[in-house]
Write a protein that binds this ligand. Structure first.
Ligand code: GLY
Length: 322
């Protein structure tokens, strides 16, 4: 399967909405799972998730373990250790996880604990709550045995000090082709789970939280329908409750590709939208194991691992420049 077979423009108007449809490669048979997809080019992460799925493990373990790979990757500057800090030099992490029973857990403004996704899972499994924030989240993580460590690497510290020379703030469209990591998986029992983990916007205001830990915005799973996850400028995803929107569109019968495209259009078609200056991308997976992606800008990609291999695809996008 190559990129050309993945995206074929059909030019058919979509259910009266006047949308051009990008057709996802079609594999409608129920043999298209297990499968895992992730935002950006994160083949090590999808490989880890696939090891779990292909040996009969469940989708929840797969997405947690897959996300942990990127959280532990010091070179990635948008997730876990090595994440770029806020304006004051604090690395703060946001993450959430959702399983096939509709359970979810989330952490917000977590400091000094790199595996935010696992803390989110503990919130889901060990507390009566959905979301823990700040000091409380850290205290809880430590009580669960997580190790405290400095998340600001020398490289991210150097970049932050350089940024402080001008303190010019504008969202970076694609951080090294590697922004928020979102992962969706469907296991051999056809159960869907998802996870999402990020250090948020580089040089954000202290206390800022984006879409990634917010169930329905950064991530949403409905095991009867499918799942979706977002990356990019969280404020724009929050304003449209993006991942929930994608899942609800799939419930209405749209393919994952079309659902992602319509959700992106919801953002760019807003009056006074300045979409040319920011990125938002979605990936989605439905109950049949069909997948799709769409973004505002060029440069976003999705990695997919199923029995056909571990493949990174460029995402189709809205903003054609020039
Ligand atoms: N999508 C990540 C963030 O805006 O924080």
């Amino acid at each position: 399967m190559n990129r050309r077979s993945f995206i074929k423009s059909t030019g058919i108007a979509s259910l009266g909405l006047g949308l051009k449809i990008d057709k996802t490669y079609s594999n409608n048979s129920l043999s298209n799972f297990p499968i895992v997809i992730a935002t950006w080019d994160v083949k090590n992460a999808t490989k880890r998730a696939w090891e779990i799925l292909s040996s009969g493990g469940n989708s929840l373990d797969a997405v947690e373990q897959g996300c942990r790979v990127e959280e532990a990757n010091k070179k990635g500057q948008s997730v876990g250790i090595g994440g770029l800090p806020d304006r004051e030099g604090n690395v703060t992490l946001d993450a959430c996880i959702m399983d096939y029973y509709g359970n979810c857990g989330s952490v917000v403004y977590l400091k000094e604990i790199k595996h935010a996704i696992s803390v989110a899972r503990m919130v889901m499994e060990k507390t009566p709550h959905v979301m823990l924030a700040g000091e409380g989240a850290k205290k809880f993580a430590i009580s669960m045995g997580f190790k405290k460590e400095n998340l600001l690497t020398e490289k991210s510290k150097k970049d932050w000090i350089k940024w402080k020379e001008n303190e010019e703030y504008k969202p970076i469209i694609n951080i090294e082709n590697h922004d928020t990591i979102g992962m969706l998986a469907i296991d051999k029992n056809q159960n869907i789970s998802g996870g999402c983990t990020t250090s948020g916007l580089a040089y954000k205001m202290q206390g800022r939280v984006g879409d990634s830990p917010i169930i329905g915005s950064g991530l949403f799973i409905d095991n009867e329908v499918g799942g979706a996850v977002a990356t990019g400028l969280g404020e724009e995803v929050l304003k449209t409750v993006g991942s929930f929107l994608v899942v609800e569109l799939m419930r209405q019968g749209y393919s994952p590709s079309d659902a992602c495209k319509i959700a992106v259009k919801r953002i760019v078609k807003k009056p006074n939208s300045n979409y040319k200056n920011f990125q938002v991308g979605y990936i989605a997976l439905n109950k049949k194991g069909e997948t799709g992606t769409f973004s505002i800008q060029k440069g976003f990609s999705m990695t997919q691992y199923n029995k056909e291999g571990n493949i990174n695809f460029d995402s189709p996008y809205y903003h054609k420049q020039g």
